[in-house]
Design a protein around this ligand. Structure first.
Ligand code: ADP
Length: 691
């Protein structure tokens, strides 16, 4: 028992404790609840009071905040208005003024805020605007200045232009006057030398006749002196005439195919006798590679070389003169020919070396006195050299000698053309000697043509008219006919037509010859039945080429003579030089004699026809005479006769008389020139010439 009872007792006690506890707890609960209610009531009261306080506080705060806001706004308004907006207004005002160009108000930045920054910027703008304005003003001033200068300059230019125009006009007038004066000088020189030449030739002719009169020795000596002076005067006149003619007409270029070697050879042949007389040797130096044929102005080249070599001979007392050719390829079918004339003569001083190329200039008075001359030869040579696009120069050492060099480019030509124009002096290409009929009414032309044919190895018979030719053809066999176009009676053209109608004339080669070389006239002759055509004056080269062509069966070749009737200068010397080379001195002298024998009669016939106003007769005689004169290249006479023929063909009696007025003097001059030439030839060939 003990334990259980102990436990039961304990339980009892616990239960009583718990009951007591429960009673206490309930009492506590009531007290707590009561306390809680009181606390809660108290709290509610306090809360209500707090809420009241809070509400009142809120109201106060709101009032204060509103007040503060009002205050702030007022402050802000004052600040904005008083500071920012006024300053901004100021700024805007400033900028408006700046924009309007009022730059005198300075902007002083206040403080350090953004507006102050803007104010500084505006101030910078203002200063810049001031600087710009200053610059602008300076620029405007400069521009105004510039405009003033420009205007002044324009006025000055206008003034100067006007003055210049006046000067140019004055110059043009002065130039025209100078040119006219120069021309007048040349014309005067040409006229005077021409006029003086005529009586001078008369004087010389008389002197020549006198020398055959068996005068005593002393008088013969005087006569020789008079003749020598006369001849040198004539040379001077010829030089002046040549020079003034080149001045007047301005040299023009001719183009023919020729062999330089041959031109040089002719010069040497012509001048060798004079050189020998002085005991000088005249050499010709031709390189192996010399071009066979070139195209260019042969006559001018010949004239240049003639002058240079004759000077060299003239100014050399002993030693030698060499005419040398060198050739250099110049590209594109061209060749540079360098022609040198060197001598061992007196030489030329350095001061005179350029001067001597001027007209009328000689080395010095001593040279002029000792050697005579006009000082025109080299001036003409240089002018020709320039026209040919070449150059003429000199190197010289006094008392040792001189070398004149002419250099110019020429076109290389086909030697076949040369072979046609400059044939070898053989019979025709087949080597056959031909029997030719020459139908030509002028005895000089007959003789010249026959001489050419004979030199080629042919034989020839001459008749004066177409009718005679047709007659003879029926009786005699010919291989070739040379038919002049202008014949008295039946013309060469009609004669050829009739000849073609004859059985023996059908295939006979006919070569037409005429001075009328216009295309349609040539075509007319060829259409009439001529096989080819050679222009008058006939040259042996062209004649040989024409013969070679017709006997070779070719037709319608036209061979215009390279030997122009109106050579630009020194006509007679040139023409006779060529004839001399072609025919030799004897035949040339004989041709001259024949011409001189007939020219007087012809001149009379011409004058009578002019007096009778027989235009057809004048045209015929003038044409005949012109053809004959052409053989000797007498340019003055040829030109006079041409003018007369033209006037006659135009049927203008007045013009005919006008043209006739110049002819007698030209005939006299031609006679004298030919007489002089014949005289020279007589010395060479010992052929006496009847004057
Ligand atoms: P001209 O021979 O008629 O006097 P040029 O014009 O031919 O005229 O020559 C002018 C001058 O040049 C000659 O007078 C002479 O003084 C000089 N002259 C020309 N060629 C030679 C030469 N080969 N040797 C020396 N002097 C020369």
């Amino acid at each position: 028992m003990g334990l259980t009872e102990g436990i039961l007792e304990l339980d009892g006690r616990i239960e009583s404790a718990q009951a007591a506890l429960r009673v206490s707890a309930d009492g506590l609960h009531v007290a707590v609840t009561d306390l809680a209610s009181r606390v809660q009531a108290e709290a509610q009261r306090a809360g209500a009071a707090s809420l009241e306080v809070i509400r009142a506080t809120r109201l106060r705060s709101a009032g204060a905040a509103g007040l503060a806001l009002l205050l702030s706004l007022a402050v802000l308004w004052f600040y904005v208005r008083g500071n920012i907006s006024r300053r901004l207004d100021n700024l805007s005002d400033m900028m408006t003024r700046l924009a309007a160009g009022q730059l005198d108000m300075r902007v002083a930045p206040r403080g350090n805020d953004e507006i102050a920054g803007m104010e500084r910027a505006v101030e910078v703008f203002r200063r810049q605007a001031i600087a710009n304005r200053t610059l602008e003003e300076a620029r405007r001033r400069n521009e105004e200045e510039l405009a003033r200068h420009r205007n002044a300059l324009q006025e000055l230019v206008a003034e100067k232009t006007e003055a210049l125009r006046g000067e140019v006009e004055a110059h043009a007038v002065a130039r025209q006057k100078a040119e006219a004066a120069d021309r007048a000088k040349s014309e005067f020189l040409a006229m005077m030398s021409h006029e003086i030449r005529t009586p001078m030739n008369g004087v010389l002719g008389m002197l020549r006749t006198l020398s055959a009169e068996g005068l005593p020795d002393a008088q013969l000596e005087q006569l020789r002196a008079a003749r020598a002076s006369g001849e040198s005067l004539l040379t001077i006149l010829n030089d002046i005439l040549s020079y003034s003619k080149t001045e007047l007409s301005g040299a023009h270029l001719e183009r023919v195919v020729f062999s330089v070697a041959e031109v040089m050879q002719v010069i040497v042949t012509l001048l060798d006798p004079g050189a020998r007389e002085k005991g000088i040797v005249l050499w010709l130096d031709l390189p192996e590679d010399a071009p066979a044929a070139v195209m260019g102005d042969m006559a001018k080249l010949r004239q240049i070389l003639f002058n240079l070599v004759s000077n060299a001979v003239k100014f050399t007392e002993e030693g030698e003169v060499v005419l040398r050719l060198r050739a250099r390829a110049a590209g594109a079918g061209r060749v540079t020919l360098i022609l040198e004339v060197s001598d061992t003569g007196k030489g030329i001083s350095a001061q005179a070396r350029q001067r001597i190329f001027e007209a009328f200039e000689q080395e010095d008075g001593l040279t002029a006195r000792r050697y005579g001359g006009t000082g025109l030869g080299l001036a003409i040579c240089r002018k020709f050299a320039e026209v040919m696009g070449g150059a003429l120069s000199v190197e010289s050492t006094p008392h040792v000698g001189s070398v004149f060099t002419f250099m110019a480019d020429f076109e290389l030509a086909d030697p076949a053309l040369l072979a046609e124009s400059v044939p070898e002096w053989t019979p025709d290409r087949a080597g056959r000697s031909l029997h030719a009929l020459i139908v030509e009414d002028h005895s000089v032309n007959q003789m010249v043509a026959r001489s050419y044919l004979e030199r080629m190895g042919h034989t020839a018979v001459c008749v004066d008219s177409g009718e005679d030719a047709l007659d003879l053809l029926k009786r005699e066999r010919f291989d070739l006919v040379l038919m002049d176009v202008n014949l008295p009676g039946l013309s060469g053209t009609d004669a050829t037509r009739r000849l073609r109608g004859l059985p023996e004339g059908q295939d006979l080669p006919v070569i037409g010859i005429s001075a009328h070389v216009q295309e349609e006239e040539v075509a007319q002759q060829l259409d009439a039945g001529m096989d080819c055509f050679v222009a008058k004056p006939v040259s042996p080269e062209r004649l040989a080429a024409a013969i070679a062509q017709v006997t070779g069966g070719q037709r319608r070749g036209v061979f215009l003579s390279p030997r122009s009737v109106s050579l630009p200068m020194g006509g007679a010397r040139d023409g006779l030089g060529a004839m001399l080379a072609d025919l030799g001195p004897e035949q040339t002298a004989a041709a001259i004699r024949l011409y001189l024998d007939g020219v007087g009669e012809e001149a009379r016939a011409l004058a009578a026809a002019v007096d009778a106003e027989d235009a057809a007769g004048v045209a015929k005689v003038a044409h005949r005479m012109k053809g004959a004169a052409g053989n000797f290249s007498l340019p003055g006479l040829s030109a006079g006769l041409r003018a007369l023929e033209e006037a006659a063909r135009a049927g203008d009696a007045g013009a005919m008389r006008g043209a006739m007025a110049a002819v007698p003097a030209e005939i006299a001059a031609a006679r004298a020139t030919l007489l002089r030439a014949a005289d020279g030839l007589a010395d060479q060939s010992k052929v006496a010439v009847n004057t």
